[in-house]
Design a protein around this ligand. Structure first.
Ligand code: CU
Length: 128
């Protein structure tokens, strides 16, 4: 009788321990599907925008950081955005709210070109 009750309690404790151990694993597996607005980071160095083509979702803040030892600037071909000249280690950010292909260049060195492709976030796509 006591033995049976003890066995039963042991099973409950085992279940509780397993449950506690499984919870963080489940949380880790589920979370990345939600709150993931991958930030966009572009590095300017050696007269080059890297990456030359960046794919982001709507609502993403893209930040350009000048790691070159001379000034550069960021200017959209469409004139949607335009930074001032960025000295070494200075940064410029722009939030992309609409899907599209955004070509841009360095207004100080117009041969430096690159592109940002903005895709609708999955939540947006469902509403349209
Ligand atoms: Cu430049």
């Amino acid at each position: 009788m006591f033995k049976a009750a003890f066995k039963f309690a042991g099973k409950l404790i085992l279940a509780a321990v397993l449950g506690a151990a499984a919870a963080p694993i489940l949380a880790r597996a589920v979370l990345p599907l939600h709150a993931q607005a991958a930030p966009g980071a572009i590095v300017i160095d050696n007269f080059t925008f890297s990456p030359p083509r960046l794919l982001v979702k709507t609502g993403t803040t893209v930040t350009w950081t000048n790691r070159d030892d001379i000034p550069h600037a960021v200017a959209a071909v469409s004139k949607l955005f335009r930074s001032k000249a960025l000295d070494t280690d200075e940064a410029y950010s722009f939030i992309f709210t609409a899907p599209g292909t955004y070509e841009y260049f360095c207004s100080l060195h117009p041969r430096m070109t690159a592109v940002i492709v903005v895709e609708a976030a999955s939540d947006d796509a469902a509403g349209h």
